[in-house]
Design a protein around this ligand. Structure first.
Ligand SMILES: Cc1cc2nc3c(=O)[nH]c(=O)nc-3n(C[C@H](O)[C@H](O)[C@H](O)COP(=O)(O)O)c2cc1C
Length: 336
């Protein structure tokens, strides 16, 4: 599994249309689904929740949950559907997730997480990985404002305990969002902005666990940044920047190829959009709505003369009743 470059799981963003689109940038980028809860797979419509296009490979299924038997079932289903990796979410700080007692609050329950990971590893042959934070802190925004800035030896010991537990349970990789999560006091959005990024902590962790594949996540926006950190970590995971400015994936890919002395062919906007027009034709024939696809394409074009009109066409224009895949081709002309 090539983990050097991946796109983060993002609820409501990295759905299957988004992943199909992002796959157009390079064949090796590892894509993650949005988090799907194990209980939804158990009780719901697994076919609808887990379906994906074969072009999305390599693609990882991210699960949310804290009940080993549910996760075991969901992981097995994921592997049967053909996912290339099963990932457990131990990093999401939202209240909804916390009430369900999973997500980032699991960072405080290393032995439960170990049971979950072991249960998943038991039933699948594909890698099982964990997405995590560097720690958690509980309290209101005011109470946590000062302590969230700190990362002391006790924090590091807890982080190591967590790492030891997941490694012993069989986790194949740790994907570390290099921030603490504030439980209770900050919204998910604030939790991605306010706790300071601590790449130094992840670097120390990689030094102390050299055999554990580790991917760095959080705040990465540029190719030079990615290349720098790839000196000491096994991979970079890009979240918001990959959604708002997907060309960053081509830039990182190009920089990685240059660093390896390989040749590189940058994908053209026109080719990316033609690929999506063909995809939209296929998906609309199955009953999909055009805006569900075009909403993911807005960030592809930003600095050209026709960028504003491009975005208007793909957002408002796509909602018009007679709009079809041709609209994406018209948008491509504006992008030129
Ligand atoms: C809209 C949105 C939804 C997210 N949903 C998830 C999720 O389902 N699972 C998860 O582990 N992280 C989720 N995250 C967090 C990202 O995976 C990532 O860890 C975070 O955005 C930091 O990376 P970045 O600075 O590159 O964006 C979400 C982030 C955003 C912006």
């Amino acid at each position: 599994m090539d983990r050097r470059l991946s796109v983060a799981p993002m609820l409501d963003w990295t759905d299957r249309h988004c992943r199909y689109f992002l796959r157009g940038f390079a064949p090796h980028i590892l894509l993650y689904t949005e988090m799907i809860t194990a209980s939804a797979i158990l009780r719901g419509d697994a076919e609808r929740l887990l379906e994906f296009d074969s072009a999305e490979h390599p693609v990882a299924l991210q699960l949310g949950g804290c009940e080993p038997s549910y996760l075991e079932y969901a992981a097995r289903m994921g592997a049967e559907f053909g996912y290339d990796e099963i990932n457990l979410n131990c990093g999401c700080p939202s209240d909804k997730v916390k009430k369900g007692a999973f997500g980032a609050c699991l960072m405080n329950e290393p032995s439960l997480v170990a049971d979950c990971v072991a249960a998943m590893c038991e039933v699948v042959d594909v890698p099982v990985t964990v997405k995590m934070r560097i720690g958690t802190i509980t309290g209101t925004a005011r109470e946590t404002a000062e302590p969230v800035q700190r990362f002391d030896e006790a924090d590091y010991d807890s982080l190591c305990d967590f790492m030891v537990a997941i490694r012993a349970a069989g986790a194949d990789c740790a994907i570390v969002h290099a921030r603490k999560a504030v439980l209770g006091g900050l919204s998910p959005h604030e939790n991605r902005e306010i706790p300071p990024l601590r790449y130094d902590v992840v670097r120390r962790l990689k030094e102390d666990f050299p055999d554990m594949p580790m991917v760095l996540n959080g705040g990465l926006k540029r190719a030079d940044q990615a290349i720098d950190v790839l000196d000491w970590v096994d991979g970079v995971m890009i979240g918001r920047e990959a959604y708002h400015r997907p060309m960053v994936l081509a830039e990182i890919d190009a920089a990685m190829a240059a660093a390896a002395g390989e040749s590189y062919q940058r994908p053209s906007v026109e080719a990316m959009l033609e690929r999506m027009a063909l995809y939209a034709e296929r998906e609309m024939a199955r009953g999909e709505r055009l805006p569900a696809i075009t909403r993911h394409l807005l960030g592809l074009v930003s600095h050209t003369h026709g960028a504003r009109e491009y975005r208007r066409l793909l957002s408002e224009g796509a909602r018009e009743r007679e709009a079809g895949p041709e609209l994406i081709r018209r948008a491509a002309e504006l992008a030129a």
